[in-house]
Design a protein around this ligand. Structure first.
Ligand code: 4HQ
Length: 273
């Protein structure tokens, strides 16, 4: 940031060098691809994020370079072996002296939230461990992993997509990663924990509908109020779990009351009496 510039409300993460990602995966090219495009790709070009992928196959012994074996106790599928993963993690750790948080992507982990993303974005270094098959020998997780993290309650065929999600969400919060047109503060969850308001662009008039009048008014206070009202109503309608109406401030209650009297309904609830 130029020293004469106003403080940028987007710059939430103090920029003390790039954040380093090491991703341990049997499909390193998948990770490299995901990190090459868009905001993440640009953050890397700008030196805000560095990424190295590590293939446990390269640290597996023997002619067959085995990375998995059958589960004790029987059952379907394979389990990733301790030793190739341990050697891979040791190599990744040794590649940089910065302390790393080791995260295993798994549906057994805590659910990823924007609050968690913000915490991770403030760390110097993350090692993301991606499992395939039935997962990883539990002893490796106990010995080497600081936390398990889930991107949601569904089953993926591997941790790579989950790691790409963490990489994307964390990278875009690095100071300087977003352009002016991509502000993080106005996004869903950032700042106020509400869903985003609707967005419109040209043309004003289209066979599919009109742009709401207020957005064309040039009245910035009214526009801000409308957007806030939309965010409140949409959150109550679509994700009532995200909002506790009893904790809303006076202005927000007013916006909701106004919406209800204009629409004769209770977003996410029963119709007004
Ligand atoms: N998997 N959030 C099973 C996930 C997952 C998720 C990754 C599938 C690990 C062994 N990871 N492997 N959901 O479903 O993070």
């Amino acid at each position: 940031m130029r020293s004469d510039a106003l403080p940028n409300p987007q710059s939430r993460i103090p920029n003390s060098g790039p954040i380093r990602f090491d991703v341990v995966s049997l499909f390193p090219e998948f990770i490299a691809r995901a990190a090459d495009v868009g905001v993440v790709g640009r953050a890397r070009e700008r030196g805000l994020v560095t990424l190295q992928a590590w293939n446990p196959r390269d640290y597996a012994e023997g002619n067959y370079r085995r990375v998995d074996d059958r589960p004790f106790g029987g059952g379907p599928g394979m389990v990733m072996l301790i030793d190739p993963l341990r050697a891979t993690l040791a190599a990744a750790r040794a590649a940089d002296p910065a302390p790393a948080r080791v995260i295993y992507m798994s549906p057994q982990g805590q659910r990823l939230t924007q609050a968690r993303v913000r915490e991770l974005a403030a760390l110097p270094r993350l090692i993301l461990l991606c499992g395939r098959y039935e997962g990883v020998d539990e002893r490796l997780l106990q010995a080497e992993v600081d936390e398990e993290l889930s991107i949601g309650d569904y089953v993926l065929s591997g941790g790579e997509l989950a790691a790409a999600v963490v990489l994307d969400a964390v990278a875009r919060l690095q100071d300087g990663a977003l352009g002016d047109a991509e502000s993080a503060v106005q996004d869903s969850f950032e700042g106020d924990g509400l869903l985003d308001c609707p967005h419109y662009t040209r043309p004003v008039s289209h066979a599919l509908g009109q742009v709401p009048e207020v957005l064309l008014s040039g009245n910035h206070a009214e526009i801000a109020k409308w957007r806030r009202q939309q965010a409140l109503v949409r959150t109550l309608e679509r994700r009532p779990d995200l909002i506790d109406e009893s904790t809303l401030g006076k202005a927000d209650r007013r916006l909701l009351a106004d919406w209800r009297s204009a629409n004769g309904a209770d977003p996410g609830g029963t119709p007004a009496a």
